[in-house]
Write a new protein. Structure first.
Length: 120
């Protein structure tokens, strides 16, 4: 599982050529599930081969898991040299969601990207 540690919500206009165009990044507790999904999706500087081997993405806000997405697609943006994913948001009752959402997730480094075991 790839963990995306979101900072404070802030303006960050990125054009993703239609794959991920957004005006905000980061996290705050008032965000909708769709806003969290878009904030977590990208654009990230990471090892594309390593990320492509991951099945799930965990959005982490304020030190807690706030959303899990089952990854279905990765895209590379040549102009900015970064990656973004798409997928399906998992909800209550899914074992990966239930294991991680609401759980404290320690940040292992200053890097906003970390890798965690998928195990429930």
């Amino acid at each position: 599982m790839i963990a995306i540690f979101l900072g404070r919500r802030d303006y960050t206009m990125h054009s993703g050529g239609g794959f991920l165009d957004r005006a905000f990044g980061g996290y705050d507790a008032a965000m909708t599930p769709a806003e969290i999904y878009d904030a977590a999706r990208g654009w990230w500087r990471l090892n594309g081969d390593r990320a492509a081997s991951e099945s799930y993405a965990l959005a982490v806000g304020d030190g807690y898991g706030v959303q899990v997405t089952e990854i279905t697609d990765w895209r590379y943006h040549d102009a900015i040299g970064r990656w973004a994913f798409a997928g399906n948001i998992l909800g209550p009752g899914d074992p990966i969601h239930d294991r991680w959402v609401g759980s404290r997730v320690p940040r292992p480094s200053r890097n906003p990207i970390a890798y965690l075991p998928d195990a429930t």
